[in-house]
Design a protein around this ligand. Structure first.
Ligand code: UGA
Length: 412
């Protein structure tokens, strides 16, 4: 059992810490947000505010899963650099034994070596490779399933400053049933971006094929079901719909495109992935316009606000641009989401929020399904009988054809 510290206890930090606890290690959670620490403390975890971290001794590894948002496509490293500087001048400086610093944030290639290691050395007065080790260990965790993904990874990537650093991290991961890939640091940084960019590409690709299928009267799901049986293609991430959302895909593809530009390389596919995704929610608006004509004073029920099921997160959710567009055109919106209504209220306090899907549908002129919540699959024909006009457009392929007739898919 080793003593580990997780600095930054958000979704990734908590999954990392709890996962290592499940593997038998001792973990101290650190965060600048006292509420996050209080919550973890109440769950029985060991917590520590950043200013007291230097009092902890015997630490073998510091994990840094700190968010790196983008503004206009450019990554913002402020939070991460701040935490790295604090770690350098505090706990790293005071820790007597050799330990490793593990970057777990998503950062563009060359960030760890170009910016973070120099900061650690400057503030600690110690030397990387001699006094402490450094690894870059990207995460591939899905929101809502992060702990499960941490414990059952497809692969573990260790970007190592030197062999000693990598050996230390590989030891911590020795109980996991997954291949461990050891690379240099910038390769590990790139593996994360390339993985997310590829998943985003798969989605935009399949949406493009779906848009074409729609025009040709073909069900894209019949196409992708057959495509996915080809082992080289695989069935995952071929669900066409209103496009991807969430805090990662757009941000990471933008950051990679930006990085690419900075070295005079044009990333044409990546730019197209973002373009297709930005336009995809408008497909449902176009379809609705064809059926409904003018939106003014029309009552539109929106089922699903979160960027995907099993989360209350609405960041970059396709529902945002769809609602904004409808509101701008004078529609009356009634939405329903089992978890995400409170988060959406912060963005759209002026629209109505229903207690259930059935309530939202009542008297609506049209209904749009935007998140694949399982409960929507239980809706029956009669649930839609209360609509003023029976216009149902599906953006996620979650309604059950055997229970509901008369709905149309956005690209099938
Ligand atoms: C994504 C990656 O899947 C994780 O591997 C990665 O670690 C994480 O980002 C991150 O970088 O932190 P996440 O954003 O939680 O995870 O969500 P996903 O399950 O990947 O879904 C993203 C979006 O794509 C959702 O809006 C979802 O509805 C959409 N999607 C997904 C589709 O439209 N079609 C699909 O076939 C799959």
């Amino acid at each position: 059992m080793e003593k580990l510290v997780v600095i930054g206890s958000g979704v990734v930090g908590q999954a990392t810490g709890k996962g290592f606890i499940a593997m038998g290690h001792e973990v101290v959670f650190c965060d600048i947000n006292p509420e996050t620490l209080a919550k973890l403390g109440s769950q029985g975890h060991k917590v520590c505010p950043p200013e007291l971290l230097e009092q902890e001794q015997g630490i073998k590894a510091f994990f840094l899963p700190i968010s790196t948002p983008t503004v206009d496509g450019k990554i913002q490293l402020g939070f991460l650099k701040g935490a790295v500087a604090n770690l350098g001048m505090g706990a790293l400086k005071k820790n007597n034994d050799y330990c490793i610093v593990v970057v777990r944030s998503t950062v563009p290639p060359n960030t760890t070596e170009g910016s973070l290691i120099p900061l650690l050395e400057k503030y600690s007065g110690k030397k990387a490779g001699k006094d402490f080790g450094v690894c870059m260990n990207p995460e591939f965790l899905r929101e809502g399933r992060a702990l499960e993904d941490f414990i059952n990874p497809d692969r573990i990537v260790i970007g190592e400053y030197d062999k000693r650093s990598g050996d230390r991290l590989a030891e911590l991961y020795s109980g996991f049933n997954a291949p461990i890939i050891r690379t240099n640091i910038k390769t590990a940084e790139m593996i994360k971006y390339a993985s997310n960019a590829f998943l985003a590409t798969k989605i935009s690709f399949v949406n493009e094929i779906g848009n074409l299928c729609k025009k040709l009267g073909i069900d894209v799901y019949d196409v992708t079901n057959a495509m996915g049986l080809d082992k080289r293609i695989a069935p995952h991430f071929l669900q066409a719909g209103v496009g991807f959302g969430g805090s990662c895909f757009r941000k990471d593809v933008e950051a990679l495109t930006h990085k690419s530009k900075s070295v005079n390389n044009e990333a044409r596919v990546l730019s197209a992935v973002l373009d297709v995704n930005a336009l995809q929610p408008m497909k449902i608006i176009d379809m609705l316009g064809q059926k409904l004509g003018d939106f003014n004073k029309k009552r539109v029920a929106i089922l699903g606000l979160a960027f995907k099921d099993n989360t209350d997160d609405v960041r970059d959710s396709p529902s945002i641009s769809i609602i904004r567009n409808l509101v701008d055109q004078g529609a009356d919106i009634v939405c329903y989401d089992p978890k995400a209504e409170n988060n959406m209220k912060k963005l759209f306090p002026q629209i109505a929020y229903a207690e259930s899907a059935v309530d939202a549908i009542k008297n609506a002129d049209a209904c749009l399904v935007l998140t694949a919540w399982k409960e929507f699959g239980k809706l029956k024909d009669q649930d839609f009988d209360s609509m003023r006009q029976r216009i149902i457009i599906e953006g996620r392929r979650v309604l059950d054809r055997t229970k509901v007739r008369d709905f149309e898919g956005v690209c099938w």
